[in-house]
Design a protein around this ligand. Structure first.
Ligand SMILES: *Cc1c(COP(=O)(O)O)cnc(C)c1O
Length: 385
């Protein structure tokens, strides 16, 4: 069955080019890049090539690219690694709408005695840079703010925030897992100190990511062992995954334009179609600067999970928000922070497209969604009676 996959903020398909780039490392090129012999040593240059591709995508030096196991690890390494190097600093600034890799980590740091400011967002999901300015104190150890939200696609004003943090001499970590490949990033122009990205959100496999660490940034590792990744991230490198991520980074750079034109056009078509055919629709964050691939809506009066189940039966895969919390029937913390009511937030559905989404798929989805919405609405009525 051909699924209409509209859940690309949860994960993406591996690009065919990426798969091709990985295969040699599952076959003959299986050496350990740290080995002294030539068979292993020849692998090292492939790590270098991947590092260069990621550096080109981000606008940084290859020396500033550190491979990790993914976005979650990069977020943890950034925050805990920087705090460990600044033991006198006991305060953290972040937002109320971060991914759980930052949010849950910061809640744990509160239990360990840190003070954390979880900055609020406006009704369109936006963040006011002056709130960041006000929140920074003498003992602020790190500011961690996402570039783009995984649920709504809303883009935060990271260049302004970075200037503020630089002026106040506080390290800034940016979770750019959703922003990479969808919006231009140039670390030469924006003074960010640390930045996370994840392979499986940009058409590489799951289990590999990057932490960018600007030269001169002091931090400690959170894992201890060998000297891989210059000690910042010990452990034998997952060479096949890193080779795949390198290719995915190349593709992301080459396809950035497509993302902003073609993917955005299909997302806008989906949005327009739903607005015209679903009377109980609410758009979330659609007035804010937003990723080109993301559409977050509430079907008012509808149980989002029920609608998603029906959609699933019709071969449409979407999400109620953060997949990591999807086993819990709780309204999205992101929508609640935007002032959406609990009742409306229960009807939230996130559609997220990719370069592989076709016009025919959007047409097919638009063909069935209004009827599915009606069906769930009628069910809700009957339960109420
Ligand atoms: C997916 C995601 C993560 C986690 O990345 P993993 O590689 O799945 O650990 C972190 N932050 C954001 C914004 C994400 O969308």
């Amino acid at each position: 069955m051909s699924v209409i996959y509209l859940d690309n903020n949860a994960t993406t398909r591996v690009a065919p080019e990426v798969k091709e780039a990985i295969l040699p490392f599952l076959e003959d090129l299986y050496g350990n890049p740290s080995s002294p012999h030539h068979f292993g040593g020849q692998i090292e240059k492939h790590l270098t090539l991947a590092r260069q591709s990621v550096a080109a995508l981000l606008g940084c030096s290859p020396k500033e690219v550190f491979f990790t196991s993914g976005g979650t690890e990069s977020d943890n390494l950034a925050i805990r690694g920087v705090l460990a190097a600044r033991p006198d600093k006991r305060h953290i600034v972040t937002t109320a709408v971060e991914h759980s890799a930052v949010l849950v980590q910061c809640r744990e740091l509160v239990r360990q005695g840190y003070r954390v400011d979880f900055l609020p967002v406006g009704c369109q999901g936006g963040l006011d840079p002056s709130d960041v300015e006000r929140a920074i104190h003498e003992d602020t150890g790190i500011v961690s703010i996402m570039w783009a939200n995984n649920e709504t696609g809303v883009i935060f004003p990271i260049p302004e925030i970075a200037s503020i943090c630089k002026a106040r001499k506080v390290p800034l970590h940016v979770d750019a897992v959703q922003a990479v490949g969808k919006t231009p990033i140039d670390l030469r122009a924006v003074p960010i100190d640390l930045l996370s990205l994840s392979g499986h959100k940009i058409h590489a496999p799951k289990g590999v990511g990057v932490l960018f660490v600007r030269t001169g940034m002091r931090m400690k590792p959170i894992l201890w062992g060998g000297n891989q990744e210059r000690g910042k991230r010990p452990g034998t490198e997952p060479v096949p995954l890193i080779a795949g991520l390198g290719k995915a980074a190349e593709l992301a750079l080459a396809r950035l334009e497509t993302e902003q034109t073609e993917v955005a056009r299909l997302r806008d078509k989906l949005q327009r179609g739903l607005v015209e055919t679903v009377p109980n629709l609410i758009l979330n964050g659609a007035e804010a600067p937003r990723l080109p691939n993301t559409l977050n809506v509430c079907f008012r009066g509808v149980e989002g999970e029920a609608l998603l189940l029906l959609m699933d039966q019709h071969g449409i895969a979407a999400s109620s928000g953060s997949a990591c919390l999807a086993d819990k029937l709780e309204p999205s913390h992101v929508l609640l922070a935007m002032g959406v009511s609990e009742a409306d937030a229960m009807g939230a559905v996130r559609f997220s497209l990719s370069r592989y989404t076709t016009e025919a798929e959007i047409d097919r989805a638009l063909g069935v969604l209004p009827a599915l919405n009606e069906k769930v609405l009628r069910l809700a009525d009957r339960v109420a009676v």
